[in-house]
Design a protein. Sequence first.
Length: 265
Amino acid sequence: MELITSRANDNVKLYRRLSSSRRARSDKRLFPLEGIRIISDAYHEKAEIERLFLSESFVSRNKEISEEISASAKKAYLVSDDTARYMSSTEETQGILALCRMKEDRDISQIVHHGGIYVMLSGLQDPGNMGTIIRTADAVGIGGIICCGCCDIYNPKTLRAAMGSIMRIPFGICSREEAFECFAENGIRTYASVIDSDAVSVSECAFGGGAAVLIGNEGSGLSEDDVMRCDERITIRMHGSIDSLNAAMAAGIIMWEMSKRHTAG
C-alpha cells in the first residue's frame, strides 16, 4: 500500500472535504466512514469501498482484518498515525477510515409496498436523531425510511449513530407530496405523531395492514399540512410533568408498538 504522511495529500484533502460538506458528498457520490465496526459492516454488506485508509498502528494491531478489507477496496492506503488523527472526526480515532460509493437513488415506489410498515421523517434536522431512528428501524423490522426535507442521511454523525444500519435498511428521499401519493397508491394508512391529548394513544392503535408513521422536526414537530394529510393522529401518553420526548426516543417507542401490532396482525 502507498504510504501517506502529508496532510496536503489529495486523498486526505478529499476525505476532509467530504466529511464536512453535504454538497461535496452529493457531487462526488461518496461518503466517509470511520471505525472498525461500521467499515466491517460496509464490507460484509458489500458496499463499494472506493478508498480505504489504514493507520500504521491499526495495521500492526489488526493485520488479518486489514488485509481482508484492503482486498475488497478499489484503492487502499497506509497513512501515518498523525495523518489518521488529522483526517478523523472523532477524538480518538481507531485508525481505519474509508470513502464509500453512495447507493443509486431509489424511487420510493421501489421501497413502499402494500401491507408494509414505514417511517416518514419530515423536516428532521439532527443527524444524531436520524441515525438513531435508522438503527432502531433496522432493529425492529421497519420496511423502509422515507426522508422529506431532512438533514443529510450521509452526514458522518448520522452514519455513526446508525452503526451500519444505513447499509441494510431501504431508504428514499422525496417530497412530501410524492410520499403521500405513494402511500395512498399502496393502501398505506398514515399516522401523524403529535403531542395532543385528543390523539389516539400509540399503545391503543391497531396499526392494521400497511402503516406509515410520520415523525416531525425536533423543535416544531409536524407541520399542520402534514398532520391534516394523515389518516390518524397518534400520541405517546406521558406521566408527571413530562410533555415531550426526544424525537429519536419517541420514534423508537412508536416503531416498537407499530412493529409489534403489525406482526401480531
